[in-house]
Design a protein. Structure first.
Length: 423
């Protein structure tokens, strides 16, 4: 009977080391591509489902674009991976979904459209040291409260940054655009009625607009400020109050659902005025509202963050988005989420280490990104509050039942119509 030679300990160690070296050498070739997980939280169901779905698609398209271009090149072609959460349009779910995605391996957070759920995500980002880039949400306190707690020594570092305009920024630009458009149109409205949804977003937007109006002291007056509970069941009383104020202009701050009630009620009550000019809100340009409201939205002006359609890259992405979304416009929601992913990719390229969230924050603070597709007043950067001072809105108008950039002149694709034609 033939016996097998016994393997000595020295020979076993030598063979094992060689085998490990041999097996270890091709492992990078056999392994799945490394990914950097981004947790994207948006309201893809519930009352804000339409803009939330636009955010998700915009972010996913940007991830695909980054990966198709070679991933994060400075990190060996690291690929981005989007893992997604749904707040169901319930503000308290922002925290729940953020925690779930972090537990699934998200190393950065993105989101979340409405200010309430975004604010709920902040505590997760700060407690778990997960850098969080706000793609859409305007309420000033979201970032300002974190910055103050860091300044006062209550927290060590700020992990929350925002690419989107703030409510106070909206207010300043709205007053500026109102003045410029009235002057350009040789119109002299005197009485403006502010109407707004009374949630965190609407309250912040209304305060920002009123504060900017007081600071600028323009020739027109805000004669009435009328809130409604969000979501509303009926707006007849609020519209009747607006009509009684004899407005030259109604300035609405709406949500998509409330817009569906507000504009038919304004038509029903036959308010005589020069036009509707919004200081900045959703609900006035989404495909669902345009399809449902039709002529009720015609000639409505509103100040919103908007895509730079004078940029050929924006038009190419917009065409692709239209095909993938069933004909919808590449707008505020899809555009800012798309740009947020591009900013994250730029941050990861420059970060000294992706294993250390503080190194990612250091790279975030040093951002000066010029490759975005939205309208900006300069490169994307972040100030001491964590906000992007160059994020600015554009005045769009619904013309031919389509949203078109009309102001300022360097962003305009078409001449605005004001006052609106009488029926």
């Amino acid at each position: 009977m033939k016996t097998t030679p016994r393997l000595t300990r020295r020979a076993w160690l030598k063979t094992s080391a060689a085998g490990a070296a041999l097996a270890g050498f091709p492992l990078p070739l056999r392994a799945q591509p490394r990914t950097f997980k981004i947790g994207a939280v948006h309201p893809v169901t519930g009352a804000l489902a339409e803009p939330g779905q636009a955010c998700r698609l915009g972010a996913q398209m940007a991830v695909e674009a980054v990966n198709a271009a070679g991933g994060i090149k400075s990190k060996g072609g690291l690929r981005l991976e989007l893992i997604v959460g749904d707040t169901q349009t319930k503000p308290e779910n922002g925290r729940v979904e953020a925690e779930r995605l972090v537990n699934q391996g998200a190393r950065m957070l993105l989101g979340s459209f409405d200010s309430g759920s975004t604010n709920a995500m902040v505590s997760v980002a700060q407690q778990k040291r997960v850098p969080f880039l706000i793609d859409i949400a305007a309420a000033d306190p979201i970032t300002a409260n974190v910055a103050r707690s860091v300044k006062e020594g209550q927290q060590k570092l700020q992990y929350v940054y925002r690419n989107f305009p703030t409510g106070s920024g909206f207010g300043r630009r709205a007053v500026q655009y109102f003045d410029e458009i009235f002057k350009e149109a040789h119109a002299s409205p005197k009485r403006v009625v502010l109407m707004y949804c009374n949630d965190l977003f609407g309250q912040n937007q209304a305060r920002g607009f009123q504060a900017a109006h007081k600071a600028a002291n323009p020739s027109w007056e805000i004669v009435e400020a009328i809130p409604w509970p969000e979501p509303p069941s009926d707006l007849a009383t609020e519209v009747s109050k607006a009509k009684a104020a004899k407005p030259d202009v109604i300035a609405p701050i709406t949500r998509p659902a409330s817009a569906l009630l507000l504009f038919p009620e304004m038509r029903k009550q036959r308010i005589e005025m020069m036009g509707v000019v919004g200081p900045g809100s959703p609900g006035l340009y989404e495909a669902g509202q345009l399809a449902a409201l039709k002529e009720d939205l015609e000639y409505v002006l509103t100040s919103v963050p908007w895509a730079n359609f004078k940029n050929p890259r924006t038009n190419a992405v917009g065409d692709d988005y239209r095909k993938r979304s069933g004909g919808r416009t590449f707008d505020t929601n899809s555009g800012y989420s798309y740009d947020a992913v591009l900013v994250i990719a730029d941050v990861l390229e420059r970060a000294a280490s992706l294993a250390d969230p503080d190194a990612i924050v250091d790279a975030m603070k040093a951002t000066s990104f010029t490759g975005g597709l939205m309208q900006y007043a300069g490169p994307v950067s972040f100030n001491e509050l964590g906000d992007n001072p160059n994020a600015v809105p554009t005045m769009i108008q619904i013309l031919g039942q389509k949203p078109v950039a009309v102001w300022p002149k360097d962003a305009a694709l078409q001449k605005f119509v004001f006052p609106r034609p009488r029926a």
